[in-house]
Design a protein around this ligand. Structure first.
Ligand SMILES: Cc1cc2nc3c(=O)[nH]c(=O)nc-3n(C[C@H](O)[C@H](O)[C@H](O)COP(=O)(O)O)c2cc1C
Length: 207
């Protein structure tokens, strides 16, 4: 059964200018859990449906929407640790994998990146890369245009999430330096999904 997420609320937001000015990568996380409301808002900021025509928070070339979100929940109150897939159409989560053995998430980074393990959750951004390449294969450079779009969309998504985290006063860092094969395995991705980014998110340490 899918888990319905709380409706995203717009609270007392800082100005967009403040969020842009104050956005910084955070690599030191507190041990506290994040609430499911925060997770809900961040998923909505990343891939939520924002238009009656099904359009989403993040722009997508040709309206293809090739991106997907797999969340590694480590400390979110009310949610069992494990892997969840975000379902934008119903703004809900589907549990797709059990708790990941300790240390496995931390090993996804190229080099030592302990923030992967210490974040309250890691938002895994994945893409149907092959579908995007095929969809845009008539556009030059053939075989590359679709892939470019996928990585641009990943960047736009990451910035939405980063700015939303800044507004909420919580930490975020975009990790694009990760081992693709290990990420596919750890996130239990089907063969047609490629990982494009990992966003570590959690309450900041020492604030
Ligand atoms: C494409 C891209 C890949 C990145 N990959 C990593 C990464 O693997 N690990 C990490 O800790 N930070 C990563 N970062 C974050 C950058 O190190 C960070 O944005 C940069 O140092 C500037 O600092 P600021 O974000 O605090 O302004 C990445 C940023 C971008 C845009």
């Amino acid at each position: 059964m899918n888990l319905e997420l709380p409706t995203p609320e717009s609270g007392d937001s800082a100005s967009l200018v403040d969020s842009i000015a104050n956005r910084r990568s955070c690599r030191e996380y507190a041990e506290a859990a994040l609430s499911i409301d925060v997770l809900s808002l961040l998923l909505w900021s990343a891939q939520g449906i924002t238009g009656s025509d099904g359009k989403r928070a993040t722009p997508s070339a040709g309206g293809l929407y090739p991106l997907f979100l797999q969340i590694v929940v480590q400390r979110v109150s009310g949610l069992e640790p494990g892997i969840y897939e975000y379902l934008p159409d119903t703004h809900s989560l589907k549990r797709v994998g059990d708790h990941i053995p300790e240390g496995a998430v931390g090993k996804l980074g190229i080099g030592d990146q302990p923030w992967l393990e210490e974040a309250a959750f890691v938002m895994g951004v994945t893409a149907k890369l092959g579908d995007a390449v095929k969809y845009f294969e008539s556009q030059p450079p053939q075989g590359e245009r679709g892939a470019r779009y996928v990585y641009m969309e990943t960047g736009a998504l990451a910035q939405n999430v980063h700015l939303q985290c800044t507004d909420l006063g919580i930490g975020c860092v975009l990790v694009a330096g990760f081992d693709d094969l290990k990420a596919k395995e750890t996130l239990a991705l089907p063969s047609n999904l490629e990982p494009t980014a990992l966003l570590c998110i959690g309450p900041k340490r020492n604030v």
